[in-house]
Design a protein around this ligand. Structure first.
Ligand code: AHR
Length: 334
C-alpha cells in the first residue's frame, strides 16, 4: 500500500467522517497512525489501522462485545476507528465506505441484518481491504470476506429446544421472542429451535414475534402475548437474555411466576441472566460469547500479513442452569 497516499486519504476521510458523525450517530474515535511498515514488510499491531462497524448497543451482550473490541485495541496499540451503526444498515454501509476512503488495513463488521452487503463488500475487495465478519454472518459470496468469527446460532437454537423439551417434558405451549428481524441470530435461532421441536409433536409454538433483542420490546411483546393467551402459555423461548428479562417483568406484572408458572429459556448467558436464575425466574441460558476482541485482532493481523485463516472460527459455548448459577456468577466476565 502506498503509505503516503494512504495517510493523506486518511486525513481527508477523517474530516469527512467527523462531519458525518452527528447525523449517523457515529462515535468514532479516530487515531490514524499509519506508521511505515517494517523492513521485512510484516505489519505489527502498532502499525495496524482497523475500521470497525458495530451494530449499536441494543443489549448487554453488545455492550460487552464493544468493550472487548475497544479494550483489546488499546492493549495491543492498534489504531481503531470505531463506528456505532445505531441499528441501521445504512449507517454501517456509510461507515464501511468511509473506512475504504481512509484506506484502513482491515475492516471488521458485525452486520445488523444478513442481506444487502454485496456492493459495499465488493467495494472493499476492489480497494484491497479485507473484511472480517464478527459475531454475525452476512449473506454474501465467500470471496467477499476473509473470515467469520462468531457463534453457531443454529446450534444455540437447537440447544434451547433440547432444554425446553426437558423442562416441559415434551408437552406444552411456547411463545417465542425473536431477535432483530432479518438478523443472522434471529434467522438461525428460529430455525435451530424448530429443527429439534419437530421431534416433539406435543410441543407447539403458539406465538412468535420480534422483540428486537431489547428488554423494553421483549416486555411489550410478552405483555401482548399474555393478554392474548394468558395462562395457556407454558414457556417462553427468547432469542436473547435481555428479551427474557423483559418477559420476566411482563409475567410478574400479569401476576404469574416466571420460571415456575411459565418456564423461560434464553440465549447469551449475561450476568443478569445468572442473577435471574439465582432468583428462580429463568430456567436456562445458552451461552453466546461476546468477548471476541482478542481473537478478532489476532485474525486481523494474520489476514493483513497474508497468512491463511479458516473461513469460520466458531465460538465454544455452554448451557447454564440455575443449579450452579450462584457459584458461576462471580466468574462471569459479561
Ligand atoms: O448477534 C448476537 C446477538 O446480538 C446477541 O444474542 C444479542 O443479545 C445481541 O444483541
Amino acid at each position: 500500500m502506498n503509505k503516503v497516499l494512504a495517510w493523506l486519504g486518511t486525513f481527508f476521510a477523517v474530516i469527512f467522517l467527523a462531519a458525518c458523525a452527528a447525523d449517523s450517530g457515529d462515535d468514532t474515535a479516530v487515531s490514524p497512525t499509519n506508521i511505515p511498515e517494517t523492513e521485512d514488510n510484516i505489519i505489527t499491531y502498532e502499525e495496524l489501522v482497523v475500521g470497525y462497524s458495530q451494530i449499536g448497543a441494543e443489549s448487554e451482550w453488545r455492550t460487552s462485545n464493544t468493550a472487548s473490541i475497544k479494550e483489546e485495541a488499546e492493549n495491543l496499540g492498534v489504531a481503531l476507528i470505531f463506528s456505532d451503526g445505531q441499528q441501521k444498515q445504512e449507517n454501517q454501509i456509510k461507515a464501511i465506505r468511509t473506512f475504504i476512503a481512509q484506506q484502513v488495513d482491515v475492516i471488521g463488521v458485525s452486520p445488523v441484518v444478513e442481506t444487502g452487503w454485496d456492493s459495499v463488500f465488493q467495494e472493499a475487495k476492489d480497494a484491497g481491504i479485507p473484511i472480517i465478519l464478527v459475531d454475525r454472518r452476512a449473506d454474501v459470496d465467500e470471496a467477499l470476506y476473509a473470515t467469520y468469527l462468531g457463534s453457531d446460532f443454529v446450534e444455540e437454537g437447537r440447544n434451547a429446544a433440547k432444554v425446553m423439551a426437558d423442562l416441559l417434558e415434551g408437552q406444552g405451549h411456547i411463545v417465542e421472542l425473536v431477535g432483530t428481524v432479518g438478523s443472522a441470530p434471529a434467522i438461525d435461532r428460529y430455525a435451530g429451535f424448530r429443527e429439534v421441536l419437530a421431534e416433539y409433536p406435543e410441543m407447539q409454538i403458539i406465538a412468535s414475534e420480534s422483540g428486537d433483542f431489547t428488554r423494553a420490546k421483549g416486555e411489550e411483546v410478552m405483555g401482548d402475548f399474555l393478554r392474548q393467551y394468558g395462562a395457556e402459555i407454558d414457556a417462553v423461548y427468547a432469542h436473547n437474555d435481555d428479551m427474557a428479562i423483559g418477559a420476566i417483568r411482563a409475567i410478574e406484572a400479569y401476576g404469574l411466576k416466571p420460571g415456575e408458572d411459565i418456564k423461560i429459556v434464553s440465549i447469551d448467558a449475561i450476568r443478569d441472566a445468572f442473577q435471574a436464575m439465582i432468583d428462580g425466574k429463568l430456567n436456562a441460558t445458552i451461552e453466546c460469547n461476546p468477548l471476541l476482541g482478542p481473537q478478532f485482532f489476532d485474525l486481523a493481523l494474520k489476514v493483513v500479513n497474508g497468512e491463511s485463516v479458516p473461513k469460520w472460527i466458531p465460538s465454544e459455548e455452554r448451557v447454564f442452569f440455575p443449579e450452579n448459577a450462584a457459584e458461576l456468577l462471580p466468574t462471569r466476565k459479561y
